[in-house]
Every structure is written in C-alpha cells, then in structure tokens.
Design a protein around this ligand. Structure first.
Ligand code: FAD
Ligand code: EGO
Length: 479
C-alpha cells in the first residue's frame, strides 16, 4: 500500500488539535513516516479538558476532510446533531425558525473533544504514525526541518529532524513565531473588543432538550449576542459575546440578572437563576484574535496550517472547517505535484493564502454586521432579503452564508460573487428607483421644470443595459 516515493520521507506535525491530527492522518495515509507532537497529555485519558468552545458547527468543508480519512460517518452520523436552520430569539421571548434552505441542508453541532478523540484514535491505526504527548515545542528551524521539544513530564529536551515540519499549533503558534525573522514573511494579529463566555443550559428534568434541538439558536442584540449549540447529553452550550468593558460592568449577581432580564429574559429559566450566577462568576471572558500571515511555507521543509496560519473570529463558524479544508487542499497539491515538497509548498501558499484571508475577512465582516444589526428584526430582514433574491434567481443567487457553508466554492470566490451580487442589487434598486421617478414625472404631466430637475433620467437606458450585461455575463461564466 505504501508508496515508494513517500515511505522513506518523514513528516513532523506540531499540535494534535483538530487540524494537526487530521493532517497527520492525511500524511500517514500517503505513506510518510509521521511524528505528531502535542503539548497536552492524551485528552482521551483526561476527565476534564481545559480550553475553549465545547462544541462547534461543522459543515461541508470540515466533513470533506473527515471523509478523506474515513471518519466522517463516525463524527457526523453517530455523533453530530443536525441544525437545519437558525432559531431567532426576540427580546420578548418569542422565537422564530429560519431554515438554511429548502432542500434540508444542515450544519452539525459536534463536540470538540469527541472529534479530536476520533481523530487521535484514527491516527493510531496507521503503523507509520507515532504520537508524542506532553511534548512542548520550544524552538524550531523550519529551514532545516528541525524542531526542539521539551518533555513536560521528564523535563528532557529532544531535537527532531524531518523532511517536512508542519505547524498546526493554533492561534498563538510557536512554529509561526520562528518564521517572524524570515525575510518577506508578513504577519498581523488583531484582537477585537468583544470577549466570549460559555454558559450551559442543562437538560430538562425529564432528560430532554430544553429548546428545539435541531437549530442553531441565536439571540441577536446588536453589541450583545448570544448563541447556543446542542450537545449529545441534551444540554446546550451557550456562548455570550460582549465587549470586555460590558463583562466587567456585570460585577454583581444583581447587575447580571437585570442585564439578562433586559436582553435575554427567556434564557434565565433555561439556564437557571442560580446556575447562571454561579457559572458566570466562576468563568472568565476570553479574548478573540484573528491572524493573517504569508507565505505559509519555508523552502521545502516548513509549513503552517489551521489556526497557526489563519486564526479567525468565530462569527462564521468556519475556523475548524477552513483548517480541515487546508488538509484537503494540500493533499490535492501533493497528488498534482507527485509529493515534491519544493513545488507543493509554494503552490500551497499561493493557492491557500487568498482563500484563508478571505474567510478571515468574512468572519470579521459578520462580526461587524451582526454587531451593528440592532435587533432581531433587523437580523430577520437581512436574511429575508437574501432569501427572497435566491428564490427569484435560484440559479445564480446563492446567499453568501450558503456558499460558504454548503459549498466548497473557494472562499475568495465567495467574496467576489457577493460583491457582484451587491452591484446587481444596487443596479436593480436604482432601476426600480428610476422607474419610480419616471412614473412620477409622467403623473406630473410633463411639467418642464420638473422634467429638467430629473435630467439624470437620461442615465436610465445605460443603467438598464449595464444590469443586463452583468446578468448575462454571469450566466455565461456559470456555464
Ligand atoms: P487548535 O485547535 O488550537 O490546536 C492546536 C493544538 O496545538 C492544541 O492541541 C495545542 O495544545 C497544541 N499546541 C499549542 N502549542 C504547542 C506547542 N508549543 N507544542 C506542542 N503543541 C502545541 N470553528 C468552526 O469551524 N466552527 C465553529 O462553530 C467554531 N466555533 C468556535 C467558537 C469559539 C469560541 C472559538 C474560539 C473558535 C471556534 N471555531 C470554530 C474555530 C476552531 O476552534 C479553530 O479554528 C480550530 O480549533 C483550529 O484547529 P487547530 O488544530 O488549527 O488549532
Ligand atoms: C445578516 C444576518 C447578516 C457564530 C445574519 C449576517 C454566523 C452568521 C457566532 C452565529 C450563522 C455557525 C455563529 C448565521 C448574518 C456558527 C452563523 C450567520 C452567531 C454568532 C455561527 C446565520 C457557530 C450572519 N454559523 N454561524 O445566518 O444563521 O448569519 F450568531 Cl454570534
């Protein structure tokens, strides 16, 4: 089974999170000698795993990665909870479901720990893959394919060499840090003013879900937002997003309760008054960062993937999905260029960077848009508008969220199509507006003064033709 070309080559993956473990499996499947290093102990042996976000929304891009190594069914069919749409919660406690689409497409709520464990167990099935837990990367020389770890149990230092070192060590990547002094490596990181805190809605006394289970629940409140994703044990993980000063302002149980009464009254009995107070003050608000850098490779011996390469704010539910798609994209390029790292790595940087930066931008854009939609009515209206257009023009109007979540359209193309759509909407609206003016003029029975003041009407034919040209050129490029 193992291929001649790859079996004598070694790959070292740093970080056994969602992306690192998946990437290690991909490389083991190709026949490489893979060593996977992880700072933490084996999470399968821990009772409690510290860290962020208990569950995540998984969609097509993530599933494509899981499928390639044969664990999609295990995660999605046996474990994932389908969410067929959003459930919008209004301030008065009323709710409204909005399906993602007509054909029953859905996203899945999956447990971070479960997915990571399935991947680790899969990784152990490859005889050419070794996992080294409790090894923290301290320094690395990517240009030499070298990495140094400290064994956090014994204190011992080990330096390893490989043909390729892949950094999948998350948003605060140490591997990335080692690239900072390399000429032409560009890097930015930004914190947003919001923090997040995870709370929990327990199962009902009967042991069922306290809210309709197959939805992503959203409480849109402008600057404040809250979402909830279902867990296997019928509980919900609730994530509260607020600017950090607002978290600090909620300094007493009274202030917390009155804040919830104002913004999320229906959530108080769901979480439970006492539990809300206990959990809120036992937890802390966590920051959100986004990172862009380029290129992702160093020569033919170093590469960054997942959050290490492109951490994003969680407002699109795409961080893990994008990281898992990274693995698929690299695998395709390894096929295309016959596992020649010197060709594959630059090609990967060139192909993936525009798409990764596009989804980092889209996630940030969603943050700003959701933050500025003052209430759930505004949220609904925006969604309705998008859905209306896709009903009128289902052939070439996919709402942005649909394109990102339910297709593998390269992220940068999602943005260019969205921009194109926005231009068409503007044209349609101005044509409609012009037609309105024309009707007004007609009704004014050709009062010469009035007509003069509407001289921009002469632009109408041009506008109409532009809209038409745009529409036809799209239908051509679509074929
Ligand atoms: P990580 O999951 O951070 O894994 C990095 C691994 O590297 C860890 O195991 C860590 O211990 C290890 N490591 C770190 N440093 C070292 C070192 N020096 N030496 C050795 N090992 C090291 N994405 C979605 O697709 N859908 C969602 O719904 C979603 N919701 C989210 C909600 C929140 C609140 C947040 C914060 C993120 C969310 N994401 C979501 C994003 C998702 O969590 C990340 O994109 C994903 O975890 C990235 O995986 P990764 O393997 O690249 O990094
Ligand atoms: C108008 C209406 C403009 C993450 C709606 C933009 C994101 C954005 C954080 C949801 C769903 C998975 C998520 C929708 C929009 C996860 C997501 C969405 C949140 C917050 C999230 C949707 C975890 C943006 N997907 N999404 O439309 O259902 O719309 F609300 Cl705060």
């Amino acid at each position: 089974m193992l291929r001649e070309k790859t079996k004598n080559k070694s790959v070292l993956v740093v970080g056994a999170g969602l992306v690192g473990t998946l990437e290690a499996c991909f490389m083991a499947k190709r026949g490489y000698q893979v060593h996977l290093y992880e700072y933490r102990p084996d999470i399968r042996t821990l009772e409690h795993v510290p860290g962020r976000s208990i569950n995540l929304a998984m969609s097509l891009r993530g599933r494509t990665g899981l499928k390639a190594i044969g664990v999609e069914d295990k995660v999605i069919r046996d474990h994932g909870i389908p969410m067929y749409g959003r459930m919008i919660h209004n301030t008065d406690g009323s709710t409204r479901p909005i399906p993602y689409n007509k054909d029953g497409k859905c996203i899945y709520s999956v447990g971070r720990r479960f997915v990571n464990e399935v991947l680790l167990t899969k990784a152990e099935e490859y005889p050419n893959l070794n996992i080294h837990f409790t090894h923290k990367l301290t320094t690395c020389r990517l240009d030499k394919g070298e990495a140094t770890f400290v064994n956090t149990v014994s204190g011992e230092q080990v330096t390893r060499r490989a043909d390729l070192v892949i950094g999948c060590d998350g948003a605060y990547s140490n591997v990335r840090k080692s690239m900072m002094r390399q000429p032409f490596f560009n890097y930015t990181q930004n914190y947003i003013p919001h923090g997040y805190m995870e709370l929990c809605i327990p199962p009902t006394p009967e042991g069922g879900f306290a809210m309709p289970a197959n939805y992503l629940h959203i409480w849109p409140r402008g600057q404040f937002m809250m979402i909830a994703l279902p867990n296997q044990d019928c509980s919900w993980t609730v994530t509260l997003f607020m600017p950090f000063p607002a978290f600090e302002g909620l300094s007493t149980p009274e202030l917390l309760l009155s804040y919830f009464k104002t913004h999320y009254p229906d959530a108080i009995p769901l979480i439970g008054r006492e539990k809300l107070i206990k959990d809120f003050f036992a937890n802390e608000a966590l920051p959100m960062i986004y990172v862009k850098c380029s290129p992702y490779h160093v020569g033919s011996t170093g590469l960054l993937m997942g959050d290490a390469a492109h951490a994003m704010v969680p407002f699109y539910g795409q961080g893990m999905n994008c990281g898992m798609e990274d693995c698929v994209v690299l695998d395709e390029l390894l096929d295309q260029y016959k596992d020649d790292f010197a060709t594959v790595l630059p090609a990967y940087s060139a192909k993936r960077n525009p798409d990764a930066e596009a989804i980092v931008d889209l996630a940030l854009y969603n943050y700003i848009e959701m933050r500025d939609l003052v209430n759930s009515r505004a949220f609904l209206l925006r969604r309705k508008f998008d859905d209306l257009l896709s009903t009128i023009m289902p052939k070439y109007w996919l709402p942005l969220y649909t394109m990102v979540t339910f297709t593998r359209t390269p992220y940068h193309k999602c943005i260019s199509r969205k921009k194109w759509q926005d231009r068409v909407v503007k044209h349609i609206l101005s044509v409609v507006g012009m037609a309105g003016v024309a009707a007004g003029v007609f009704l004014a029975k050709s009062d010469p003064l009035h007509v003069l003041s509407c001289s921009h009407l002469s632009q109408l034919p041009a506008l109409l033709s532009r809209t038409w040209v745009a529409a036809t050129s799209l239908s051509i490029t679509r074929k």
